[in-house]
Design a protein around this ligand. Structure first.
Ligand code: SF4
Ligand code: ZN
Ligand code: ZN
Ligand code: ZN
Length: 511
């Protein structure tokens, strides 16, 4: 009759490695809006029904901080949603871009099971990127570059650091009216999984499964939280579908004249550097706001902000390069660094070499004629095709706004260049080189705009500028040298930074 001796301490239960598949974690990318809030509330109410552990220990709520969210959206989540999550000790992770360059990495602003605030901003906000670039949010190949760069990119790299090779379940808040988006998303994920040769993550769409459309989602959140939820998006977001309806958006701008003024100033700088670059394709936010007199206070706030802003005189030069044509592809194959130029454009260095035409005066002096080539000869005609546009921005003067505009006028007089107003923006510019027809074409002007845009041009800009225009460098002396940003596109090493001092990380302690 022997019984086992009493254990001095409990031994860890033997694990059976590799036999039991590990249950994947569930990651909800939380955009602070109605859709993802509804999903959270559904999870809190009945975790097991949605495949979660009863204590929600396998749920991670992941939020990418753009830095330009409406304060009312932040406060809604802080007041009504976070306490519910903290009560159940749900892990909330907040991430943001660390800087301009991808290699600066992703910063974990907070990783906690007792989150009390959504961070207003990380070290590098979307607006920082736009203002230093002198531009507004844009689409490229049908995708919003801002959202990819400041949300998707952060979330993806955080997930790589967190899960490595382990698969997880990715929850997306598409509602029943967004089946098309769901299908597209699933397709993309399947392709990514295939390419990686493993399941990176399984997408999950609880609202679509529940058959809830936008109205049902909003009603559900209202019923649970007792306060209507507003759309969550960046204060200057120009995209319909992301941004609220025009009425609601303008009402929000009126409630926050400071943020409205910031959006308008961003648009002003963008249009100063590139006339068509307003927030909305064919109209500017400014034009739109002037149509309703209730917006007067907002417009006044904007004017005051401009008056108080430091201003710069920017010399903007733009090259509209030719794109590849059928001929070019035919003669030069798949790659051609120099799609051919057409002679009907402004005289260029290349044009001069090919078609120099001189007039000999009575005293024997030879003067070069303006380009007369009509492009009729074989080998010099063809339909120009639009290629990339290159821009150089150099700061040549800095000071207060009023002085900036006087300086612009004075320099115009001194150089005999007339001021011209932008058709839509009414912004005055000194155009010293007008854009010719076709491609390549070049234009250059001096314009006053709020300071903030970085000096920028790509390395080969000057060479090509001289080639096309015969001009050397900027016309006015830049006040600072060009700092070239490292090109970091497609950079593989993206650190995910968890500074120990920034936030305590109870989630890690508990792990
Ligand atoms: S809310 Fe609009 S501006 Fe902000 S990241 Fe998304 S698409 Fe871009
Ligand atoms: Zn070619
Ligand atoms: Zn020519
Ligand atoms: Zn010619």
């Amino acid at each position: 009759m022997s019984s086992a001796p009493p254990a001095l301490f409990t031994l860890p239960a033997p694990r059976s490695p590799a036999s039991r598949p590990v249950k994947p974690m569930t990651v909800l990318s939380y955009g602070l809006g109605a859709d993802s809030t509804a999903i959270l509330l559904m999870y809190l109410e009945d975790p097991v029904r949605y495949g979660l552990e009863p204590d929600l220990s396998d749920l991670i709520v992941l939020h990418a901080v753009t830095g330009n969210e409406w304060p009312t959206s932040l406060s809604y989540v802080d007041r009504l949603v976070l306490p519910l999550l903290a009560e159940r000790r749900v892990r909330v992770v907040q991430v943001a871009r660390m800087g301009f360059s991808d290699s600066d990495g992703v910063l974990v602003l907070e990783d906690s099971r007792a989150t009390r605030h959504i961070h207003q901003a990380g070290p590098w906000r979307l607006s920082d990127w736009l203002v230093t670039g002198g531009t507004v949010p844009q689409m490229a190949s049908g995708r919003r570059t801002c959202s990819i760069r400041f949300k998707g990119w952060c979330l993806d790299h955080w997930a790589v650091a967190e899960f490595g090779q382990r698969a997880f379940r990715r929850v997306i808040g598409y509602h029943a009216g967004e089946r098309k988006r769901m299908e597209k998303d699933t397709k993309i994920q399947n392709r990514l999984n295939e390419r990686a040769g493993r399941v990176i993550c399984e997408p999950s769409y609880p609202l679509i499964e529940a058959g809830m459309d936008r109205a049902a989602v909003e009603a559900y959140v209202l019923q649970r939280l007792g306060e209507p939820i507003q759309k969550s998006y960046c204060t200057f977001c120009p995209f319909s579908g992301v941004c609220a309806s025009r009425d609601r958006h303008e009402a929000r701008l009126r409630e926050h004249p400071d943020l409205a003024a910031e959006a308008l100033a961003m648009e002003y700088a963008s249009m100063a550097l590139n006339e068509p670059m307003s927030l909305y394709g064919t109209r500017s936010l400014y034009e739109q706001l002037t149509e309703d007199e209730r917006n007067d206070a907002v417009l006044t706030a904007f004017e005051e902000r401009l008056d108080a802003s430091p201003f710069s005189l920017y010399e903007v030069r733009r090259l509209y390069l030719p794109g590849r044509t059928k001929d070019c592809r035919h003669h030069h194959g798949d790659r051609c660094a120099r799609p051919r130029w057409w002679c009907r454009t402004e005289r260029t260095a290349a044009c001069r070499r090919e078609h120099a035409v001189f007039e000999t005066g009575a005293d024997g002096t030879r003067t070069e004629l303006p380009p007369q080539c009509a492009g009729l000869d074989d080998g010099c005609h063809g339909n120009p095709v639009k290629g990339p546009a290159w821009r150089s921005v150099r700061t040549v003067w800095e000071g207060p706004r009023l002085e900036a505009e006087f300086t612009l006028m004075r320099w115009g007089r001194e150089d005999g260049v007339q001021l011209r107003q932008g058709e839509r923006s009414m912004i005055k510019r000194l155009h010293y080189l007008d854009r010719g027809e076709g491609y390549p074409a070049a234009e250059a002007y001096l314009v006053a705009a709020p300071s903030g845009a970085d000096d920028k041009n790509r390395e080969s800009f000057e060479r090509r500028w001289t080639e096309f225009t015969g001009l050397i460098g900027p016309r006015w002396e830049p006040i600072r040298p060009l700092v070239s940003h490292r090109r970091t596109r497609g950079s593989r090493t993206v650190p995910v930074i968890r500074p120990s001092g920034v936030a305590h990380v109870p989630a890690l302690a508990a792990a």
